[in-house]
Design a binder for this molecule. Sequence first.
Ligand SMILES: NC(=O)c1ccc[n+]([C@@H]2O[C@H](COP(=O)([O-])OP(=O)(O)OC[C@H]3O[C@@H](n4cnc5c(N)ncnc54)[C@H](O)[C@@H]3O)[C@@H](O)[C@H]2O)c1
Ligand SMILES: O=C(O)C(=O)C[C@@H](O)[C@H](O)[C@H](O)COP(=O)(O)O
Ligand SMILES: [Zn+2]
Length: 348
Amino acid sequence: MEQRVIISTQLESELVSALSECEHDKLFVLTDTTTLELCMPVLQNFYCMKEAHIITIPATDSHKDIESLMMVWKGLQEGGASRHSCMINLGGGMVTDLGGFAASTFKRGINFINIPTTLLAMVDASVGGKTGINFGGLKNEVGVFNDSKFVILDTEFLKTLDAENICSGYAEMLKHGLISTEAMWEELVSFDLDKPDLKQLQRMVGDSVKVKERIVEQDPHEQGIRKALNLGHTFGHAFESWALKRKPILHGYAVAFGLIPELYLSVAKTGFPTEKMRQTVNFIKEFYGTLDITCDDYDELIELMHHDKKNQNGIINFTMLGGIGDIRINQTATTEEIKEALDFFREG
Ligand SMILES: NC(=O)c1ccc[n+]([C@@H]2O[C@H](COP(=O)([O-])OP(=O)(O)OC[C@H]3O[C@@H](n4cnc5c(N)ncnc54)[C@H](O)[C@@H]3O)[C@@H](O)[C@H]2O)c1
Ligand SMILES: O=C(O)C(=O)C[C@@H](O)[C@H](O)[C@H](O)COP(=O)(O)O
Ligand SMILES: [Zn+2]
């Protein structure tokens, strides 16, 4: 992997050192309106930030779109960025995805550094080079694979993050546990998400991001094993796009909901143990609630699944499990089985 992931102990010196390895004439920082207020003050006092130009886009995933992308390109252009400039993406997955795409396309690509500020971005979005925007009501429809030069991961930023966004990021950690080891999964489903122990969570963040790093290293462009990281996302992205037209939900909630029908299919088709599915589903129901879909929504959800990026030849591609850590990529299901899994999601 081109990218270096640093678990921060001294943010300023780590940033100085990362910047010294990223040739740049001008420095830009991309924030959203919230990270400008809550996270930028941490960086603002650093000497290395003295001349940095700040570009700010509106917060939340409904702004991970072409308009915000144009705002970033415009900010870089008006700020006099050259091919040798560098941009720091300071924010959650929305900022690291969109900022990464903006940097990868501006003058055919400038260096960028991710400083993730949400749990989700720390364990998942800031690492692995998937960048992009939502388009036409579909998640991450336009983008490129391109690594940030560095990811500097400082869990101190989590202190201002709200409970819903902690839960959202935790869903990707749960996914990492499911594709990893029994011990990791066990710890995750026993954790009290209502009253998270921040010290324990900080340690779990380090373990979780390593699961992602290990998989991305083997398959950076998702030709094979990287599809494991998409567990929960075939249904999850369909739920997220469905909700976008009604009442948007956070990405991690969509992933948590997506894990339910995908674990159901894993039990039915690849032998995942029923009691582990039950334990995971109970955890999700307890901390994430549910999504109010009815059987009248099934056709729309299946149509959305037909846009999943793992698909080939019009066949919906699923990642399933034979057990914890027993990853089965390139699985299929009939329309009937998909509807059964949705029935289970609503009633199970
Ligand atoms: N590229 C990948 O591999 C990958 C992986 C997973 C998810 N994603 C994408 O990531 C996005 C979701 O990321 P997210 O959950 O971080 O959402 P987000 O970036 O929208 O952040 C969630 C909210 O938290 C706020 N926030 C950020 N940092 C904060 C802090 N320290 N304190 C208080 N508030 C803070 C943001 O302003 C926003 O309102 C989705 O677009 C998803 O598709 C990408
Ligand atoms: O890094 C990956 O690979 C993932 O699939 C991680 C996912 O959590 C993430 O949501 C990713 O953005 C999904 O990618 P997509 O290719 O399904 O849009
Ligand atoms: Zn995800």
